[in-house]
Design a protein around this ligand. Structure first.
Ligand code: ATP
Ligand code: MG
Length: 425
């Protein structure tokens, strides 16, 4: 029997089942429902289950206000200014619960250029659906009867494997330019084609990203590059003309230098591979790669003016990071990791003497070595050094000592420096 409402798909006609939803998300859904409220799983959670993927997180939408949600849950925290949201905390697992919001002109606060700065006016589930970004993100799984509510044609688009903006893409990008990044990110992550009208305006509107706070772009950076599809996302961002608004100096350097472009590609591939193998990744590594050439160019400029290489090199760490921070912010602790990785490139040059041990014991040794290895793939002159360090790690301590004794420093002997100065000199 079909539903009288064409937007509601009953439980036996779709593939979302509670087995695929986390225990904590189910707990929240049930408690809201028992409290007399409407409660739906929405967004990436429903979309990913329908695509046969494991959702990264579970977002919940309800008609309960944040205050009403807080009354139901002891472990609840209200966050956000532009959007007030409830976070239900189960240890480290956070379930985000949002109250349905309406998207109509009288209710939202827009700046002169159309960008939304505040929209905290509550609405119905139907209104909530149309203010979401893509149709496939506007599917609601109802805990009351396990049906799916589809007000924007998301199920059809999932079948067509396309990512389509709800409403007029141009207006929706004006309201929130980050949606352009989300289109590229989700298209790559889910292997969906960006629908023609959704894709078309992006190139011309890319510059609107200039108005987005660097901290928000940092959040997007992490999602774009640290979820296993970094390389594809990078290329797409480039062809949509979005990349210069995220990494201006990197784009310039890539366009001028094929070897550097190759270096960045290798790092992106490497990161994607590590993620697919469930290995740890630090968001700083890729940034250290992307800013390597801008750092070296600054260094060269000072060297040409007569400064010693090392002085010029270290001096430009902060300048290079600070410049990047103007578009995509970099938290201090990641900046520190980048600096460590860069500094290690100088220290790894010395594969002889006692200094080798302190480099080897450095907490960032592995990242520094990985960085050198990648550099050696585009610069063959670094290959012997990279191979030496590879071998140094693979052998036992005795062999290491032997490797060092074979690798005597060349040039000046240090012992002469240790002599006491003559008293009557
Ligand atoms: P992911 O798998 O990366 O979590 P997601 O689509 O769930 O993807 P979230 O950032 O978790 O992304 O957002 C949850 C939902 O909130 C989205 O599916 C979408 O419905 C809505 N949403 C998020 N960002 C926007 C935006 N900028 N404009 C409109 N709706 C948005
Ligand atoms: Mg999500």
């Amino acid at each position: 029997m079909s539903s009288p409402n064409q937007h509601i798909i009953p439980r036996d006609q779709h593939s979302v089942s509670r087995d695929f939803i986390s225990e904590n998300a189910l707990k929240v859904l049930y408690r809201l429902h028992k409290g007399g409220y409407e409660a739906f799983l929405v967004g990436g959670g429903v979309r990913d289950i329908l695509l046969g993927l494991r959702p990264k997180d579970f977002d919940i939408a309800t008609n309960a206000t944040p205050e009403q949600i807080k009354k139901l849950f002891r472990n609840c925290r209200i966050i956000g200014r532009r959007f007030r949201l409830a976070h239900i905390l189960y240890g480290r697992d956070v379930i985000e619960v949002a109250t349905f919001r309406a998207h109509c002109d009288d209710n939202i606060e827009q700046r002169g250029d159309g960008m939304i700065v505040r929209d905290n006016v509550y609405g119905t589930v139907e209104e909530d659906a149309i203010r979401r970004d893509f149709t496939v993100n506007a599917l609601y799984y109802n805990i009351a009867d396990f049906s799916i509510h589809d007000y924007c044609g998301g199920l059809e688009d999932l079948e067509k494997r396309q990512l389509k903006m709800i409403g007029d893409p141009i207006e929706r990008y004006k309201e929130d330019p980050v949606r352009m990044l989300r289109a590229v990110r989700l298209g790559c992550k889910l292997n969906l084609t960006i629908e023609e009208n959704t894709a078309k305006p992006i190139n011309e509107m890319a510059h609107l990203l200039e108005g987005i706070p660097a901290a928000r772009l940092w959040e997007e950076y992490k999602k774009m590059f640290l979820s296993g599809k970094g390389q594809r996302t990078f290329n797409q961002l480039k062809s949509f003309g979005l990349l210069p608004y995220l990494f201006p100096e990197t784009v310039k350097a890539i366009n001028e230098d094929d070897d550097f472009a190759e270096f960045v590609t290798l790092a992106l591939e490497n990161t994607d591979r590590r993620i697919s193998q469930d290995k740890s990744i630090n968001p700083a590594f890729l940034l250290a790669v992307m800013l390597w050439k801008p750092l070296m160019e600054r260094t060269d400029r000072l060297v040409n003016k007569g400064m010693h290489f090392n002085d010029a090199f270290y001096k430009n760490f902060n300048t290079t990071i600070n410049k990047q921070t103007q578009t995509v912010s970099i938290m201090k602790r990641y900046g520190a990791v980048m600096q460590d990785i860069w500094a290690l490139q100088v220290r790894l040059k010395f594969n002889h003497g006692k200094r080798v041990w302190s480099v080897f014991d450095h907490p960032r040794f592995r990242a520094g070595y990985d960085f050198l290895l990648l550099r050696s793939e585009v610069d063959p002159s670094l290959k012997p050094l990279a191979d030496w360090w590879t071998q140094f790690q693979e052998v036992g301590r005795e062999q290491r000592v032997k490797m060092l004794s074979q690798n005597k420093p060349q040039g000046k002997k240090r012992r002469t420096r240790k002599r006491k100065p003559r008293s009557n000199a």
